[in-house]
Design a protein around this ligand. Structure first.
Ligand SMILES: *Cc1c(COP(=O)(O)O)cnc(C)c1O
Length: 343
């Protein structure tokens, strides 16, 4: 089946020709030796963007999360995060397998929790308890529908963590969506955290890469783990050049993705087959289907038969994501195909 309208994820974007052309011109060197100038330029650009001292280029966002956990924690420590975090659900048990840590999942509306809720999860200093060591916040909260943590709440969580002797980490896979949606610079969101990263392969449209930022000391630790797990690269400037291109050309336009998502959401919300929807604040629409209609698998299959790809997030739950490779005409196709679904 040819997919003509791909709302599966913002990871599905293809690098544009203009983006690919920057790779041809990139000045390159041996990245492991710190000799790739384009990678170094991307790292300082992202460090500055996130209000951090230093940064390191990595192959993926998952590696950013897993390295950060490894640097911040010792085996037996505990990581406090939302129950629906990527680090719990989608990293193959990495926190346990790679770092020997436990996760302490919190509930909370919109994929978020307050400083008080975090404080309630802190373990007493006792020989019996794991050591509460790290708090992680996901901006935007993917499984909650791309919701945006308010900056004040992020600051409060990071401050409360620091006061209690914990480090703080931000999974910023879609932090730039949050920055654009909230009209607050990314550093306002991330700057109070000890580490944070952005993905280049989601809304920014790159083919490969993510950048993890933090203090100089944290990044030195991150480099040791990166090298250990084979994440050191060579002429990575060809990839970093595309990241720099994306930061120049693909950030502001995230507002278009948000606008399109809001339009799709308001149209879907009126459909009789739609039972409910997560708040739509950025480029993600997560919604539930009514009980007496097709389930999520059946609905997704029928949409796919019409060339429209969406993703299944539960027995009756679908996710639609907007990104640079879908526009208003794709949205029309999605709405029309959805309207043809009947009970
Ligand atoms: C995609 C994603 C990741 C992982 O990023 P990859 O680059 O795919 O490894 C982590 N956290 C969140 C919230 C994500 O959406």
């Amino acid at each position: 089946m040819t997919i003509r309208h791909n709302f599966y994820s913002d990871t599905q974007t293809r690098p544009s020709r203009a983006m690919l052309e920057t790779a041809l011109e990139a000045e390159v060197g041996d990245e492991q030796g710190g000799l790739d100038p384009t990678t170094a330029a991307l790292e300082s650009r992202v460090a500055e963007l996130l209000g951090m001292e230093a940064a390191v280029f990595l192959p993926s966002g998952t590696m950013c999360n897993e390295i950060a956990i490894n640097v911040h924690c010792q085996p037996g420590d505990e990581v406090i995060c939302h129950r629906h975090s990527h680090i719990i659900g989608y990293e193959t048990g990495g926190p346990a397998a790679m770092s020997g840590v436990m996760v302490h999942p919190l509930d909370g509306a919109n994929g978020q929790f307050s400083a008080a809720e975090m404080a309630g999860a802190l373990r007493p200093a006792s020989r019996y308890s794991p050591r509460s060591r790290l708090v992680s916040a996901e901006q935007t909260a993917n499984l909650a529908g791309g919701t945006v943590w308010p900056v004040a709440q992020l600051e409060a969580v990071a401050e409360a963590a620091r006061a209690a002797g914990l480090a703080s980490h931000m999974d910023g896979a879609r932090l730039l969506n949050a920055a654009v949606a909230s009209v607050r610079p990314a550093k306002d969101h991330a700057g109070t955290f000890d580490s944070a990263w952005i993905d280049l392969t989601k809304g920014l449209g790159c083919a490969v890469g993510a950048v993890l930022a933090g203090s100089r000391e944290f990044i030195q630790g991150a480099w040791r783990v990166k090298q250990r797990i084979g994440g050191g690269m060579r002429q990575s400037g060809v990839l970093a050049a595309m990241g720099l291109y994306a930061l120049d050309h693909c950030v502001e336009r995230l507002a278009d993705d948000h606008k399109l998502a809001a339009e799709i959401a308001s149209r879907l919300a009126e459909m009789p087959l739609v039972a409910g929807m997560c708040p739509v604040e950025t480029n993600i629409i997560i919604f539930d289907l009514v009980e007496d209609g097709p389930d999520a698998e059946a609905a997704a299959a029928r949409l796919l038969a019409e060339g429209v790809r969406v993703s299944v997030f539960g027995p009756r739950r679908l996710r639609v994501v907007t990104h640079m490779d879908v526009g208003p005409s794709d949205a029309e196709a999605l709405i029309a195909a959805f309207a043809r679904l009947t009970k």
